[in-house]
Design a protein around this ligand. Structure first.
Ligand code: SDX
Length: 435
């Protein structure tokens, strides 16, 4: 279980010239040091300013640990490499949300609850009729997650997630999968395929996505394993933009569905979860136009565009997920006998960038989005749905953080300050007197 942080006897001395104050230093269980500035404004009138919060801790958390310099990622203390080899998406979901690896039978309990909740309320079919076939599936997903709460008003008042409220966790994980598949069927003009309770999470999703009115789709074990690994590797990543959004929205005591819907919107951005779609589109353009990889890299260095799937706010060495996904991508293509021309392009891009000072000096390495798109493309997921797949994977992480925040007895509504730079006080000018 989480090790409580130590408040060190050491303090940080802030000398403001006319005043000096001592600020407590907090040390996390991985020896991360933080200066607690909770009293800064009341004691000095000063606030801090930190563009993009690169130096600011928003909370204490025991869910996920990242060491960006060493390329370490652990879910509740378990290295991602170990979980990738030995675990499943549902098992990792339980670990993230409830803090311990599930005991025998608990994963089956979660799987059973998910099966029970995988159907949408029949009335929700009409929502899909209202969306154009060209609607971006992330818009549909965020809208339908919020819409789901209209059919479960009892969940709007839930403030805490205990193991007894497993059904709410399962409901969100189940619904996002069904909503995603239904939105895909709508986009291709095919009748929606209802979930089959005899199938596990990944097989059910692939069935709802790819079974035809005239024939049942059965995924190969390699495809199912690749999808399960993809979802597990996306399950959490501490205080990233979308998880922070889930926590900020949840801090106002907005319900879980509203918080998850907001997180989906934040993930949609091309600098965040939307990068997997942009990365594949970039690789497809390089392939389609027969572009020389070295020229592409020169254009990136000339700041014509960013190399999507590269760089990270926290990882200043390789993203361990990218390493695992690169190997999984290779294995899947070999197992299926698929020769995807984008893979050698991606590998060459990585090779060139890893030996170029522009990237090395900025600590730019492949991130989770660089190879994941090739896996999704091989499975047959349309590129517009790549970020939806990221959302399905990240759902347990968002829930885990929402739960942790609601369990914090000292939790407060998120309300940052600002440094005002606008006009100072001036007199109102009546309309007729304005030049
Ligand atoms: C995810 O936070 C998380 O944990 C996110 C995530 C998760 O699991 O939740 O890991 C998922 O969002 C991964 C990131 C996916 N996004 C992309 O692949 C988009 C491309 N990457 C960049 O936009 C960028 O690297 C970010 C957004 C990921 C990080 O941006 P930062 O930390 O704000 O860094 P920055 O923009 O200040 O860049 C620092 C320097 C700049 O050059 P200088 O102005 O110093 O000369 O590096 C350059 C940037 O121009 N740079 C890039 C680049 N990323 C940064 N140059 C070219 N290509 C890139 N991809």
């Amino acid at each position: 279980m989480p090790v409580e942080e130590q408040v060190m006897s050491k303090t940080a001395k802030l000398d403001l010239g006319d005043k000096t104050i001592d600020l407590p230093i907090i040390v996390g269980s991985e020896n991360e040091h933080a200066i607690d500035i909770s009293k800064l404004r009341t004691e000095t009138g000063y606030i801090t300013l930190d563009n993009g919060f690169g130096n600011t801790g928003a909370c204490k958390s025991a869910v996920t640990y990242i060491d960006g310099e060493k390329g370490i990622l652990r879910y509740r203390g378990y290295p991602i490499e170990t979980l990738a080899k030995n675990s499943t998406f549902l098992e990792v979901s339980w670990l993230l949300i409830f803090g311990e690896l599930p005991r025998a039978g608990q994963v089956d309990e979660l799987a059973e609850e998910i099966r029970k909740h995988s159907l949408l309320h029949q009335d929700m079919r009409h929502h899909f009729e209202g969306f154009p076939a060209t609607a971006h599936p992330m818009a549909v997903l965020s809208a339908m997650i919020n819409a789901s709460s209209c059919y479960h008003p009892e969940l709007l008042e839930v403030k805490k997630i205990e193991e007894s409220s497993l059904s709410m966790v399962a409901m969100l994980m189940a619904k996002v999968s069904t909503i995603a598949a239904f939105s895909y069927k709508k986009s291709i003009g095919e009748p929606q395929r209802y979930p089959d309770p005899s199938l596990d999470y990944c097989n059910n999703f692939l069935h709802c996505m790819f079974s035809k009115p005239y024939g049942r789709y059965t995924a190969s074990p390699e495809v199912v394993r690749a999808l399960d690994l993809f979802l597990m590797l996306h399950a959490d990543h501490e205080q990233n933009c979308s998880t922070s959004t889930a926590r900020v929205v949840g801090s106002s005591e907005a319900n879980l569905f509203a918080s998850m819907s907001a997180a989906v919107c934040a993930l949609w951005g091309p600098l965040h979860g939307g990068a997997n779609q942009r990365c594949i589109e970039m690789l497809e353009k390089i392939h389609r136009d027969g572009m020389d990889v070295k020229q592409v890299v020169e254009r990136v260095k000339n700041r014509e565009f960013k190399l999507m799937g590269f760089g990270h706010r926290v990882y200043k060495s390789s993203d361990p997920r990218a390493t695992i996904l690169k190997e999984a991508c290779d294995d899947l293509l070999k197992a299926l006998g698929v020769n995807d021309p984008l893979l050698p392009i991606a590998q060459e891009l990585e090779e060139v960038a890893r030996n170029d000072d522009y990237f090395l000096s900025r600590n730019l390495y492949p991130n989770v989005d660089f190879y994941s798109g090739i896996i999704l493309r091989t499975i047959g997921i349309p590129v517009e749905m790549f970020t939806v797949m990221f959302s399905i994977g990240r759902m347990p992480g968002w829930i885990a953080h929402w739960k942790e925040q609601h369990e914090n007895p000292n939790g407060r509504i998120a309300r940052p300050r600002q440094v005002y730079t606008g006009a100072t006080e001036r007199d109102y000018v009546a309309l007729e007197s304005r030049p």
